[in-house]
Design a protein around this ligand. Structure first.
Ligand code: QUE
Length: 330
């Protein structure tokens, strides 16, 4: 049965704004190749239209901004040996991430729900990341044996202290206020104010975001920041595990239990990726990530992780022993 006649990307000009709606709510607006192509087309239309002064990016359905990429499909392509299909997906997605970073007008994401992986990629490189009390931001890729991509190998190593390694290795989910505190989001606006903010943005002045923004009270991230830095500001997993073991707190025990569920190969790759990303610019980080997808999607952990989390949903992945990350970077 046909899913729906509605397009999965709805790009329009409304007043002085270009609005882009990610519209695949039953998949939590997870990005597939047609959606990525739709965003790319909207970017070039809006860039060259002098009547459009800013972009507003939103997710349809009320539950998600964007849950990530269509990793079920990527798994099928990888299992079928369709390397060109896998490459097409990631290359087109990363090109959009770069185009957003280089976009010459305000790029304003209204994040009111789940925003993970690919959702971070279409928002974090823009000028304004507005979150509500219903936003939930994460880079959860180590759970499916991928790695933090979409340019986050550039973004995460630039967060303070141990935050980048912590978010990347554990996939910690940040509520809206915490995401502002961590630096992934820029403004907190309550959900009930979003319609008024959106209407104001159609006038074409991104400065109104500052007027809607509310200060964020110190949240869960502030409470754990010192421990995050003590435990995760290390370049090796043994050092991170040792620091967590030395904490003797419920939080640290929870983090160790989370690390024990992730793909060992993926965690090793992730730490090395963030270490290398610290010294590279965004285009170089995206190129490094693209090269890595070719090998990581061929590693058995990737198909197994997607199977366990998104296909069979048993959450019981059977990981391979840790591979030397150097063999995956090539
Ligand atoms: C890790 C991930 C993803 C994930 C869960 C993880 C990811 C992704 C989705 C997802 C979720 C709901 C959907 C969907 C995809 O979940 O990248 O289509 O409906 O896209 O633990 O990396």
């Amino acid at each position: 049965m046909a899913e729906t006649a509605e397009p999965s990307i709805v790009a329009r000009r409304e007043g002085a704004a270009g609005t882009i709606l990610m519209n695949r709510p039953r998949a939590l607006n997870a990005l597939d190749v047609p959606m990525i192509a739709g965003i790319a087309a909207a970017i070039s239309d809006i860039r060259d239209d002098p009547a459009v002064r800013l972009v507003v990016l939103e997710g349809a359905g009320g539950r998600a901004f964007c849950a990530g990429g269509d990793v079920r499909r990527i798994r099928e392509l990888a299992l079928a040996g369709d390397a060109a299909g896998v490459e097409e997906f990631f290359a087109s997605e990363y090109a959009v991430n770069r185009a957003i970073a280089e976009f010459p007008k305000p790029w304003i994401s209204l994040i009111d729900g789940v925003c993970m992986g690919g959702g971070i990629g279409v928002s974090v490189h823009g000028s304004h990341r507005v979150v509500t009390e219903h936003a939930l931001l994460a880079m959860p890729e180590t759970a499916i044996a991928l790695f933090p991509d979409v340019g986050t190998s550039f973004v995460l190593p630039r967060l303070p202290g141990g935050l980048g390694n912590w978010l990347a290795l554990t996939g910690a989910r940040l509520k809206g206020a915490d995401a502002v505190e961590a630096g992934l989001a820029t403004h907190f606006v309550p959900r009930d104010q979003l319609p008024a903010l959106r209407a104001a943005l159609l006038q074409g002045d991104a400065g109104v975001v500052d007027r809607f923004a509310q200060p964020v009270p110190p949240g869960a991230v502030a409470a754990q920041r010192a421990a995050v830095d003590r435990c995760f500001a290390h370049d090796s997993l043994p050092a991170i595990r040792a620091a967590l073991a030395a904490e003797d707190s419920d939080w640290a025990r929870d983090q160790l239990a989370i690390l024990d569920r992730m793909s060992p190969t993926s965690m090793a790759v992730t730490l090395e990726l963030l270490r290398r990303g610290r010294a590279l610019d965004l285009p170089a980080c995206l190129a490094m990530e693209l090269a890595l997808t070719r090998r990581v999607t061929q590693h058995p952990d990737f198909a197994e992780g997607v199977r366990a989390v998104l296909v069979d949903k048993d959450n019981a992945p059977r990981w391979a022993p840790q591979a030397d990350p150097a063999t995956l970077f090539g």
